[in-house]
Design a protein. Structure first.
Length: 745
């Protein structure tokens, strides 16, 4: 057993010992022994992570993981990101993040009791169990001289950021879950809420940031042509994010009114279970036939199912046995106020999560009673359209509501300005081409939410910038929704075949393929000059063959404009070919004389008949030919006999040409058009049969994607607002919130 595996085994034992020490203590106070054991666990995770990073940087290819995800030519940054390129590395990263957050939780949280920390330690132990089954430190007898290296598509800056940020969100989701189980075990359903709110907000922010970074990576680098494809693995992270968002909004109500205690506890449990389910979908191999992101199965599927079942049974067992103890004041549903709209928002987010959950789980669900299949992308668009409309409407109303009932006249007065501006936005959208009623309603509600929160932010900024987290995030949601309509409904795409140095026009741009740059590099780029008549730039998308993937790989070039993106993605590069020069073609219209050299040729009529072949159908073109002052009539014939087609050339008068040593000429009928009264003739013998070299050709897909800048501005504001809210909530002193007395369950 090598050093790495020894560290994993010892850390696993330390995690179990830590969990036992925490859970055997019936008091709330964390004992020094429990802390020390957890420190040892986190120290072991840190040591194992440092060792794996060293092995990657030092090219220790005797380790299977190092040989599979790194190579001698791999740049430093991507040697680092190779840490989390494979299953084993990502599990170690996940455990490391949970351990680091556990240290922070122990030091900073007033609710860091034995039960919560015991659950955290057990979860670390479970991840380490997976690493015992499939270790990143497994070695091989015959070490290769060089490693395989990472997938070229992963060797990108966003690979360095996206997975770690996503796994920070995954790691943070354990803490609201642990706090809920601790609260239920102690029959104290209110003490957990402040810490639970902060950790839920942190998990929501980081998981959302990871999802958004992944969308940007897909759009700008991977060449999918979009930022979200409703892939089952993509959706697996989206669903727990939606339930965490619902939890954050529910805990706002709990903070202010003391209500929704049971609902919030249930959402905290569901969110963590959904993180485990997302891991199962991504890493068990069940979606290998349905997702390009799915990892292959290395035998952990049953273990993941086991931990999901244990988590659900433990949580629901506590929840049902403590149901009477988790009381809270009744919700006030008697009037229109913020408590009601936040509750409706919570339900809308949960409905959206439920739709996406069933969509992404369709391969598993359909496989239970027949052939596994997945839903079409249109399913997600249809079911989420009313959800998005409801979100926009709630975003528009909520900023103008208080926590008590509203007088109808006062609310209408406050809403008059945003409603007026929303109507103006709808008129602009209609003039701009949004005529479908459902889309117009979508634009109207999204604009309503955006305008209302912009007004609220303007009025609220006097309270300090850090108080604007909610309005800023909601402005971002409004912009994102508007951007989705623009980019999804009004994009245009066309495909071109560009011959080198021959300009072509597409979507209002002139594109000229100039050649290939950096042909000897691992990622050669095609050079395309682009102009719209006013501005000119050079696009350099990549098109290269990957030995790793055994396929052609593509990376687009994107020109960003304020209101749209020009998206240029190469499809195929056809090498210069060798061709034979063609004989001239003559298109003749009935009754119209056509000049060809010394000849004047007039097509007079068609002649349809057998022409001596009883089994064949033949069409002749009767031609009058003037040559050297003499007129003659000739008739080239086109014969069809079954599947065989034959053209019989007829000689042109050539006395003078033959005497001058020029080649003899003949006319062959190649195509007829009875409706247009036209024939196409080939002049046989007019062109020398010499080889000519053609030009390389680039097959290119060109798209315009409106309002992409609006999409990215929206997602940046969502994350910025979440960070502002997080900054406001995390303060040095931490206590608990004492809600109003519980009136009833």
């Amino acid at each position: 057993m090598n050093l790495g595996n020894i560290i994993v085994v010892l850390t696993f034992l330390a995690a179990l010992a830590s969990a036992f020490a925490f859970l055997k203590n019936t008091t709330r106070t964390v004992t020094p022994l429990s802390k020390r054991l957890f420190y040892v666990t986190t120290g072991g995770l840190t040591l194992a992570s440092c060792l794996l990073l060293y092995l990657l940087l030092a090219h220790q290819f005797q380790y299977t993981y190092v040989a599979r995800y790194s190579s001698l030519s791999q740049p430093f940054l991507f040697l680092v990101s190779a840490f989390w390129a494979g299953q084993e590395g990502t599990f170690l990263l996940w455990a490391l993040f949970v351990g680091a957050m556990g240290l922070f939780f122990l030091r900073k949280s007033a609710n860091a009791d034995n039960v919560a920390m015991g659950i955290v330690s057990l979860f670390i132990g479970f991840i380490l169990l997976l690493l015992l089954l499939k270790s990143p430190f497994s070695d091989t007898v015959n070490a290769p001289a060089d490693g395989t290296g990472m997938n070229p598509l992963l060797m990108n800056f966003w690979m360095v950021i996206h997975p770690p940020v996503l796994f920070v969100g995954y790691a943070a989701a354990i803490f609201p879950f642990a706090l809920v189980l601790s609260a239920l075990r102690r029959r104290d359903s209110t003490r957990w809420n402040l810490s639970g709110f902060r950790w839920s907000l942190f998990a929501t922010t980081t998981l959302g940031a990871g999802i958004i970074i992944g969308g940007f990576w897909a759009y700008e680098v991977l060449g999918w042509g979009g930022y979200w494809g409703w892939d089952p693995v993509e959706n697996s992270s989206l669903v727990p994010w939606l339930t965490l968002l619902a939890l954050v909004h529910g805990m706002l109500v709990q903070k202010k009114k003391g209500s929704l205690v049971r609902t919030n506890m249930l959402l905290a449990v569901i969110s963590f279970v959904l993180v485990l389910y997302a891991t199962f979908l991504t890493r068990s191999g069940v979606l290998q036939d349905f997702s390009v992101h799915s990892f292959e199965d290395f035998g952990i599927g049953n273990y993941l199912i086991g931990v999901i079942v244990v988590s659900v049974v433990a949580a629901m067992g506590f929840f049902l046995t403590r149901f009477r103890d988790t009381t809270s004041p009744k919700l006030d549903l008697s009037g229109l106020h913020r408590e009601l709209t936040l509750l409706l928002g919570l339900y809308v987010l949960c409905v959206a999560g439920l739709f996406v959950f069933f969509g992404m789980s369709s391969p598993i669900l359909t496989g239970l009673w027949g052939k596994a299949s997945q839903v079409d992308v249109s399913f997600y668009n249809k079911v989420n359209l009313p959800v998005a409309i409801a979100i926009g409407l709630l975003l528009g109303i909520t900023p103008f509501l208080g926590w008590t009932g509203e007088q109808q006249s006062g609310l209408v007065k406050r809403l008059s300005l945003p409603i007026l501006l929303t109507l103006l936005a709808c008129v602009i959208a209609y003039v701009g081409g949004v005529s479908k009623p459902s889309l117009l309603l979508f634009v109207g509600t999204a604009s309503f939410g955006l305008i209302s929160n912009a007004i609220a932010a303007f009025r609220q900024y006097r309270s300090g910038w850090w108080s604007l987290g909610g309005p800023v995030s909601h402005i971002g949601v409004g912009l994102l929704l508007l951007g989705i309509v623009g980019s999804g409904s009004f994009d245009e795409t066309t495909q071109l075949v560009l011959e080198q140095h021959q300009p072509q026009t597409a979507l209002g741009y002139i594109l000229t393929f100039q050649g290939v740059r950096d042909e000897q590099s691992s990622k050669p780029r095609v050079e395309i000059n682009v102009t719209d008549g006013k501005n000119a730039f050079v696009a350099l998308p990549s098109l290269y063959y990957s030995e790793y993937n055994k396929a052609m790989m593509r990376e687009p070039d994107i020109k960003i404009f304020p209101l749209k993106d020009l998206y240029i993605s190469p499809v195929e590069l056809k090498a210069a070919d060798t061709m034979i020069s063609q004989n001239p073609l003559l298109e003749l219209t009935k009754g119209e004389p056509t000049k060809f050299g010394d000849y004047e040729i007039t097509f007079t009529k068609f002649d349809v008949g057998q022409h001596g072949q009883s089994a064949a159908m033949s069409v002749g073109a009767v031609l009058e030919v003037s040559y050297q002052g003499k007129k003659s009539v000739i008739e080239p014939v086109f014969t069809v006999m079954g599947a065989e087609k034959k053209s019989t050339p007829v000689d042109l008068p050539s006395d003078t040409r033959v005497a001058a040593g020029l080649p003899h000429l003949a006319l062959a009928l190649t195509r007829i058009s009875v409706e247009e009264k036209k024939v196409l003739l080939e002049v046989v013998g007019a062109a020398p049969q010499v080889p000519q070299v053609g030009h390389p050709k680039l097959v290119l897909e060109v798209s315009t994607k409106p309002l992409m800048m609006v999409v990215w501005t929206g997602v940046v504001l969502i994350i910025a607002g979440s960070l502002m809210a997080l900054r406001r909530r995390f303060k040095p002193a931490e206590g608990s919130i004492t809600p109003p007395p519980a009136a009833s369950a």
